[in-house]
Design a protein around this ligand. Structure first.
Ligand SMILES: [Zn+2]
Ligand SMILES: [Zn+2]
Length: 367
């Protein structure tokens, strides 16, 4: 085997491969192999074979991978293997003589490269797309789990903002709390009530934690307790849970950002202020949210491990057609009158409503 080149980048020791793959690397091809690069620019992606020159020569064929999970060496991409060869597909950004600038190489600086092959075959590409499709179909939360594992709170916050509509400190707190518990415990939400969250207030933070944990209003794993605290509990089906609450007031964290608090009073509390104020306020809130996610979780939250009785799985009840409005209603929400079942709205009976004021008892006549 010959060393055809060497990797140069800013990675000095192996770390989370997904973090490493975000780096841009240069592969310096040795002069005597330069001719072999002829027409390499035609390929957008390359497969790089490299030598794990610093890997320990372990005898064990099984061991923990970077997530902590134990796997056999041939079932993992571990650097400790009988033939210490790495294989990674990278994006070729630029060729400059015998220097290849690539993105996505999970190799440390100084790694010897032993071969390069183009990754442009329609068959290979097709296979990748098919595999990706299959993985996303099987586990729709795989991307979020990866972002949590790499502690990429920036992308998580950006994606949570798609749901929330704006960036704000509350959203950042929710994202951080949810990501922290999942990263620490390794709990995986299957969307079928194997995991729950309890939020104790209906503010921005509940969107952040719903998005990150996947415990939502719609899949019956969001429990809302109307008690007005910025606190979250994440509970697993085995009854183990973690409750987190903010130990600092926003003022303590951002005591120098007086303008934010003034605008908050004006726009949110007094519902005053013009479009320009709103724009300023949104900008400041966005800056704060990204500052929050760069902070230490333990500086912001207090944690308690708890044991809890898990709620029974939500029941599905029969429904019927209300004879008055002809709409379909769940039987447990019906009113019996003169031997007939009616819906709550047709009967003007009271019901509970979750709105901006919390859980409220209402009836149709308030409308
Ligand atoms: Zn918000
Ligand atoms: Zn009705």
């Amino acid at each position: 085997m010959n060393e055809i080149g060497v990797v140069k980048n800013s990675i000095l020791k192996p770390e989370d491969p997904f973090k490493m793959k975000k780096e841009t690397s240069r592969i310096i091809i040795h002069k005597r192999y330069e001719e072999g690069l002829y027409k390499i620019d035609n390929s957008e992606y390359l497969q790089i074979l490299f030598y794990f020159h610093e890997a320990e020569r372990k005898k064990e064929l099984k061991g923990p991978v970077y997530t902590g999970e134990v796997k056999g060496v041939f079932a993992s991409r571990s650097q400790h293997r009988p033939s210490p060869i790495g294989l990674t597909t990278v994006k070729l950004l630029k060729r400059d003589g015998r220097i290849l600038k690539v993105e996505g190489l999970d190799a440390i600086s100084g790694t010897p490269v032993i071969d390069i092959k183009p990754f442009a075959l329609p068959m290979d590409t097709h296979e990748i797309e098919r595999i990706k499709e299959e993985v996303y179909m099987r586990d729709p939360r795989i991307k979020i789990m990866r972002l949590i594992r790499c502690w990429d709170l920036k992308t998580l916050l950006q994606e949570a903002a798609i749901l929330h509509g704006h960036y704000c400190p509350g959203l950042a707190f929710g994202v951080m709390a949810g990501a922290y518990v999942i990263k620490e415990t390794g709990w995986k939400n299957d969307g079928m009530e194997n995991m729950f969250i309890i939020t104790e207030t209906n503010n921005c933070s509940s969107d952040g934690i719903q998005f990150v944990t996947g415990c939502t209003f719609g899949n019956n794993s969001l429990i809302f307790r109307d008690i007005g605290k910025i606190a979250f509990t994440v509970i697993y089906r085995n009854g183990e849970g973690i409750r987190l609450f903010l130990k600092k007031d926003l003022r303590e964290i951002f005591n120098e950002d007086e303008e934010y608090f003034e605008l908050f009073e004006k726009i949110i509390k007094r519902r005053e202020g013009n479009d320009e104020d709103m724009e300023r306020f949104k900008n400041l809130a966005r800056k704060m949210s990204f500052k929050i996610i760069s902070m230490e979780v333990h500086d912001l939250f207090k944690f308690n491990h708890i044991k809890m009785e898990i709620p029974d799985q939500a029941r599905i009840y029969d429904d019927f057609i209300c004879p008055k409005c002809q709409e379909r209603v769940i039987k447990t929400r019906s009113i019996k009158k003169n031997g007939n079942l009616y819906c709550i709205s047709c009967d003007n009976a009271e019901f509970y409503e979750l709105n901006g004021f919390g859980i409220q008892k209402r009836n149709k006549s308030y409308e």
